[in-house]
Design a protein around this ligand. Structure first.
Ligand code: SAM
Ligand code: SF4
Length: 475
């Protein structure tokens, strides 16, 4: 058995979350008038990140008409920055043994009913084959925290995934590491490293994470992404688990974290995640902090307005109708055809509806549609399903990514890449009905490309994919 890193936050670690200051800012913001709210919306529309105090004003606003203005603004901002593409991925759980006892998680150490396992190399390969057969190109690998899942174990599993077929990007959601550990993982060529702070509220953090466990160290976790940056990983994902404390406080925590990363490292987070707590085996939910659907939609719109250049992820924890709605005004990445059971992708066979077993899963899924169904729905709603993995392979991450994103270059690269990767999906994996719908969408999208040079490149590449069997062409 190997050892997990000693949890000593780096000398530069700072606890930039001041609970009292956040509560005071939220309280003061409640008296903001409509003019102020509209000025902040207008600032967001200029694609300027909001200061946490400004986010607080949007959170404090309880006027329904202004909420509608926020939704409309978020919709427009999202279209301007991201176009109409939605990036698709799948999570793959590698191991669910865990030394922590997070009160909200089905993998908590005190849940004796959980079936514990980690996927051996052969099983990972089988999972990859099953995921590829459905059309996936991007994965996020997920791990419990355990001495056996050290940086070398994680790096090995990433390499196994890349070597097993045609998965082109592997993101990670795992416990925080020390700088040396992150370097080992970076060498395996990971995409985004995600760590969710779960709750930014110190007292709640201490209640849901036993202070004697590894996860009980708030600062070690808060500093986790900065250590990753120090190790050379500049593609970072922040997140909070909504339903542990006041949702407005957590939004403030997320935007403060984004602002902190930007200030300290010159790079904001690449993605932001805002999962809502779901029922899980051996878990009791605290109804005081339940986040209603209406509040959830508001928080998505407010996050979109607050951090215009950060990709927003909404996972299959949410039911289909909520996911379909938030695509409109904020979310740019979703998982699809998700199976959380350890080993579940290969074991479920060809069933289109995902079967779930709670003793093998971290929590209950809200959206069990297959990838093909989700793709069909996206096309119905006018979104291009994208399997693009170009940016990190072309070195467009961190500061370089921000440079590309800010002047709007992204549409010139992302829309063409979305179209060509979607064409691959249509040729290789789509059901006949989705293929017909998708081909129509592609011809409409190509017709809309304004730049003649870009249009020609896309037309040529579509021809190569359809008629010459070429794959993985990207800009
Ligand atoms: N074990 C690592 C850690 O805790 O950082 C990896 C993360 S865990 C496997 C993935 C994320 O799932 C957690 O960070 C948490 O936010 C979320 N999660 C845990 N229990 C959940 C539940 N019952 N409902 C929704 N999300 C949950
Ligand atoms: Fe372990 Fe992560 Fe679950 Fe906590 S959230 S019990 S650390 S797997």
């Amino acid at each position: 058995m190997t050892k997990l890193p000693v949890m000593e936050p780096s000398a530069t670690a700072e606890d930039f979350i001041n609970d009292t200051a956040i509560e005071d800012t939220l309280a003061r913001a409640r008296s903001a008038d409509a003019t102020w709210v509209r000025e902040i919306i207008a600032k967001a529309m200029e694609k300027q990140p909001l200061a946490p105090q400004e986010t607080a004003v949007l959170l404090g606003c309880e006027d329904k008409a202004l909420h509608e203005e926020m939704f409309a603004a978020a919709r427009k901002l999202k279209e301007t920055v991201y176009g109409n593409r939605i990036v698709l991925f799948a999570p793959l759980y590698i191991g669910n043994r865990c030394v922590n006892d997070c009160t909200y998680c089905g993998f908590r150490s005190s849940n004796d009913d959980a079936i514990r396992r980690e996927l051996e190399r052969d099983t990972v390969v089988k999972q990859i084959k099953a995921l590829e057969a459905r059309g996936h190109k991007r994965l996020i690998l997920v791990y419990g925290e355990h001495p056996d899942y050290d940086a070398h174990f994680i790096a090995d599993s990433v390499r196994t995934v890349y070597q097993s077929g045609d998965i082109r990007r592997v993101n990670i959601n795992a416990a925080p590491m020390d700088v040396e550990g992150y370097k080992v993982i970076k060498d395996a060529k990971i995409g985004t490293y995600q760590i969710f702070q779960e709750t930014y509220h110190h007292q709640t953090y201490a209640t849901v994470h036993n202070p004697k466990t590894r996860k009980g160290n708030f600062l070690w976790r808060l500093d986790g992404l900065s250590r990753a940056f120090d190790a050379g990983i500049d593609d970072l994902g922040v997140g909070a688990l909504f339903g542990l404390y006041d949702w407005k406080f957590e939004v403030m925590g997320l935007v403060s974290h984004a602002a902190y990363l930007m200030k300290r490292h010159g790079v904001g987070p690449h993605t932001i995640s805002f999962p809502r707590l779901k029922p899980a085996q051996g878990v009791e939910m605290d109804p005081r902090w339940n986040v209603t659907d209406e509040q959830f939609l508001r928080l998505v719109a407010i996050l979109r307005l607050s951090v215009p250049y950060t990709g927003m992820i909404c996972t299959a924890r949410e039911p289909a109708h909520i996911r379909d709605t938030v695509l409109g005004f904020g979310v740019s990445q979703i998982d699809a055809g998700t199976n959380l059971d350890l080993g579940g992708y290969a074991e479920q066979g060809d069933s289109t509806v995902v079967q779930q077993h709670l003793d093998k899963s971290q929590f209950q899924l809200g959206d069990t549609r297959s990838l093909d169904e989700v793709v069909g729905k996206l096309v119905d709603k006018g979104y291009i399903p994208s399997f693009c993995t170009s940016c990190y392979r072309q070195g467009r991450t961190g500061e370089v990514f921000m440079e590309y994103a800010i002047p709007g270059f992204i549409q010139k690269l992302c829309t063409p890449n979305a179209i060509t990767t979607f064409q691959e999906y249509l040729c290789d994996h789509a059901s006949p009905a989705v293929r017909i719908q998708g081909e129509q969408m592609i011809s409409d999208e190509v017709a809309r490309i304004a730049d003649p040079g870009v249009k020609q490149v896309v037309v040529d590449r579509l021809h190569q994919i359809r008629h010459q069997g070429k794959r993985d062409l990207y800009l």
